[in-house]
Each structure stands twice: as structure tokens, then as C-alpha cells.
Design a protein around this ligand. Structure first.
Ligand SMILES: C[S@@+](CC[C@H](N)C(=O)[O-])C[C@H]1O[C@@H](n2cnc3c(N)ncnc32)[C@H](O)[C@@H]1O
Length: 262
């Protein structure tokens, strides 16, 4: 993690922790159900939660009986995760580790000792994916899986505008909401705010789907499941900028990687 990124994440960690708690609507309605399905963790399995933030998903896994190794590059986030952890939360251990430093990730678990890896809504925050993917590939057991979620690369980026239009027909005019995309194919870094009122923006690293999955393939994985979760169409929300007003457009993509054969 660059010093620049670490400082920013440390300074916004408390805001994230307050807003997220044990999961906000985005996580509870979209990310967590899809991730649970794709991970399908059995009690007793060893799971690594990479870029765990305040640890809400790590604790969900440990409460379900998994042995969880959770890490984040921000010491402030890790401190907040430890503070939130209660005696009944099961077997969860937090570490301050940079997801862009493969030797550091290597120290967390022995080769072929991990049943599953999860990296929830964080790979678009990493300038390089290779160190994390290669460390995970070596630590996963042969039947292991790596489940990650990211902002949907096609239309949930800083170069996509949220749009709305008046729909006129025979009956009462209605409103419909969409997204207009201005840039997609090239990778580019940009400053963004992931949450409303985030005190300062953090760096994000846009990747097209072929760029993102290309890194996964080169590290020795194949994709064997993908979900594009949607908000329910009947969810009531007033903000025209909410993804819930776009119930046909998935704001995130959840992908399951497995070690490639051979
Ligand atoms: C959008 S938050 C997601 C946190 C958590 N996975 C969740 O779903 O609530 C991104 C997290 O990635 C962490 N992060 C960013 N760059 C990192 C790096 N190079 N190494 C480890 N963690 C990093 C941040 O500190 C932050 O906790």
C-alpha cells in the first residue's frame, strides 16, 4: 500500500466504520447474499478475508464456524475491526498487511492450507492485483475458491453519469433512471468517494472486465461462477442517484475463481 493510500484509508476508516457498522444496505442486500452463495463456507473451514475493512464480513464467517484470517492495509481499520469483535464472534484474527505485498501475505498461511479467500468490494482499490492473486493461489487447497466483488466495471465508475428521463406514453408520464458511460476500456486511476459524506476521496483503479479477469487468469485461476446482484424493483427510495432506482442495472459484480486445472 502506498503511503499516500494508507494515509487516506486511515483518515476515512472511522467514517466507513460508522456508516457500515455490521453491513449497510448495499452489502446486506447485494454483496453479502451473493458472496455467501458463491463461497458456501462449511463450519471448520479456513478462510482469508483480504482487505477486510472493519471486519463485518470476517465476523459473519467466524460466527458461522469458519476459522478466519482477516487482513487490511490500514492499521486504523484493523483496530476498529478488533474493537467490534465480541467474545462470541468465534475464531477471527486480524492483521495489518498490504494486499500489494506478496511476501507479507505469504506469512499469513502455509501453502495449500486455506479453503477459501474472499475480497469484498476492494480489488478496485488496489493498484496491483498480482501479489494478492498469486499469494492466494499458493495458499488455497486444490479444491479452494476465491470470491471477490467489485464495483461493476461496465457502468459503476467515475466516468459514468447517473441519468433520468421522463417517459411519456398513453397514461401518466413516468420517470426512468439509467447510466450514461463515457469511458470503459482503458485502465485508469481516479479519486472517488465510496460513501456519502466521505471526508476525503480515496484512489480507485478502474479495470475493464478483460483486464480484471486477465490478471486472475495469469495468476492461475479460472472463473466458475458470477453474480450481478440487483436491488428489488419494489424498494422505496427517493434519491434519483440511488442504484435502487435502477433495479435492472447491477452496481456490483461478484465472481468466484477456482484454481485452473494443471
Ligand atoms: C471499500 S473498503 C471494503 C472493506 C470491506 N472488505 C467491506 O466490504 O466492508 C476497501 C478496503 O480495502 C483496504 N485497502 C485498500 N488498499 C489496500 C491494500 N493495498 N492492502 C490492504 N488493504 C487495502 C482499505 O483499507 C479498506 O478497508
Amino acid at each position: 500500500m502506498t503511503e499516500r493510500d494508507r494515509k487516506i484509508w486511515d483518515s476515512i476508516a472511522e467514517h466507513w466504520d460508522e456508516q457500515l457498522g455490521e453491513g449497510n444496505d448495499f452489502q446486506k442486500m447485494l454483496i453479502i447474499p451473493a458472496t455467501d452463495r458463491l463461497l458456501a463456507i462449511a463450519p471448520g473451514e479456513t478462510v482469508v478475508d483480504a482487505c477486510c475493512g472493519n471486519g463485518n464480513y470476517a465476523r459473519r464467517l467466524s460466527r458461522g464456524g469458519a476459522r478466519v484470517i482477516a487482513f487490511d492495509g490500514s492499521a486504523t481499520f484493523v483496530e476498529l475491526a478488533r474493537k467490534r469483535t465480541l467474545p462470541g464472534d468465534g475464531d477471527v484474527n486480524y492483521h495489518v498487511v498490504d494486499a500489494c505485498n506478496q511476501p507479507a501475505i505469504d506469512t499469513l498461511a502455509a501453502p495449500r492450507s486455506v479453503d477459501a479467500y474472499v475480497c469484498s468490494m476492494a480489488m478496485m482499490d488496489l493498484p496491483a492485483l498480482d501479489p494478492l492473486l498469486r499469494a492466494a493461489r499458493a495458499q488455497l487447497k486444490p479444491g479452494g475458491r476465491f470470491v471477490f466483488s467489485v464495483c461493476h466495471p461496465c457502468w459503476n465508475s467515475n466516468e459514468a453519469d447517473m441519468t433520468g428521463r421522463l417517459v411519456q406514453g398513453e397514461g401518466e408520464p413516468g420517470q426512468t433512471f439509467g447510466v450514461e458511460v463515457f469511458r470503459y476500456a482503458a485502465d485508469w486511476p481516479h479519486l472517488s468517494r465510496g460513501l456519502l459524506h466521505q471526508p476525503e476521496p480515496h484512489w480507485m483503479y478502474h479495470r475493464s472486465i478483460s483486464s480484471l479477469l486477465g490478471d486472475c487468469f495469469r495468476a492461475g485461476f479460472v472463473v466458475n461462477a458470477i453474480e450481478e446482484p440487483l436491488f428489488p424493483a419494489d424498494l422505496r427510495t427517493r434519491s434519483p442517484f440511488s442504484w435502487a432506482r435502477r433495479p435492472d442495472i447491477p452496481p456490483a459484480m461478484v465472481v468466484r475463481l477456482v484454481p485452473s486445472p494443471g
